[in-house]
Write a protein that binds this ligand. Structure first.
Ligand SMILES: C[S@@+](CC[C@H](N)C(=O)[O-])C[C@H]1O[C@@H](n2cnc3c(N)ncnc32)[C@H](O)[C@@H]1O
Length: 279
């Protein structure tokens, strides 16, 4: 249960402290703690982040950045709430879809089962797009298993719900919209046929429970590494590489995720698509 749900009414001195700007001058320790846990760096966005943190403290009746730091150390609910506030979860169906169609061709040709990881999957549009494209290409459901993870617990709830607005579907081919969604007022609900192919987990890429997920034939990790610094990108990719089933397993990243190929990967370029295997 989040702290603000169980919060009592503040005493007058507490009210006064929360308005005391000196308590909210330097968020460095809080941000460093956050970066150490999540990998996310704030670089040039420190002032926007500081206002978000002040707002967060006010909502949770926390009276200073020092107190927020202690809460992050001792209260997992506060850490979870802050992660849910500060992560950027932008996504939509069929984003960078050429990578998805490239994979589909390979899977259709090769008759094996396919186990796919989306790390991160945010609100579900990416893993559901892959599932839809596979089913639509005639791949039997019993050959497909997709696991999606994200550090943000709110997006996991939304992904499991599978209810989307029109904006999320703006790149979805009409034929797929008609087959795999039902319209409920202004929302679009993903069909159970697609839903059952994807499982969602709230999980930090830097949490070692990652390795309990098993190994995968294909790994998508798109548009998360852009929030990490260079050494964290290398660390993240090394962890993802350990989840590859073998040297044939494919890894796909977002086009802006990194510039230089990290040492743990081999870059390939085929039919205009960049993809990677483990070195
Ligand atoms: C911009 S979204 C990208 C979603 C999707 N892959 C796409 O390309 O559309 C980035 C996601 O990365 C997640 N994220 C950030 N740091 C993470 C970490 N350390 N472990 C797992 N997920 C993380 C965020 O919560 C967010 O939902």
């Amino acid at each position: 249960m989040f702290r603000w749900l169980r919060a009592k009414k503040m005493s007058a001195p507490q009210e006064k402290m929360i308005q005391n700007v000196e308590n909210f001058v330097n968020p460095k320790a809080v941000l460093t703690k956050f970066t150490n846990v999540t990998g996310i760096h704030f670089n040039h966005k420190e002032s926007i982040t500081t206002s978000k943190l002040i707002h967060f403290c006010r909502n949770h009746h926390i009276t200073s950045f020092d107190e927020l730091y202690s809460c992050l150390e001792s209260d997992p609910d506060i850490l979870e709430a802050l992660i849910n506030l500060l992560t950027v979860n932008e996504t939509y169906f069929f984003r960078e879809s050429r990578q998805i169609y490239f994979l589909i061709e390979k899977v259709v040709l090769n008759n094996d089962k396919v186990r796919i990881l989306c790390a991160p999957g945010s609100t579900g549009e990416e893993p559901y797009s892959i599932a839809m494209a596979l089913v639509d290409a005639g791949v039997q459901a019993n050959r497909i298993e997709i696991v999606s993870l994200d550090i943000n617990s709110d997006v996991t709830v939304l992904a499991k719900e599978g209810l989307y607005n029109a904006r999320s579907l703006h790149k979805t081919p009409l034929s797929l919209q008609e087959k795999y969604f039902t319209k409920a007022q202004s929302s679009f609900k993903i069909s159970d046929e697609i839903k059952q192919l994807v499982s969602f987990r709230t999980l930090n890429l830097f949490d070692d429970r990652l390795f309990e997920l098993g190994v995968f034939d294909t790994i998508f990790s798109r548009n998360m590494l852009i929030y990490f610094d260079e050494s964290t990108v290398i660390r993240a990719i090394e962890r993802l590489g350990r989840l590859a089933r073998d040297k044939e397993s494919l890894l796909f990243f977002g086009h802006a995720d990194f510039i230089k190929t990290p040492p743990s990967l081999i870059e390939h370029y085929k039919e205009g698509i960049k993809f990677y295997t483990v070195a």
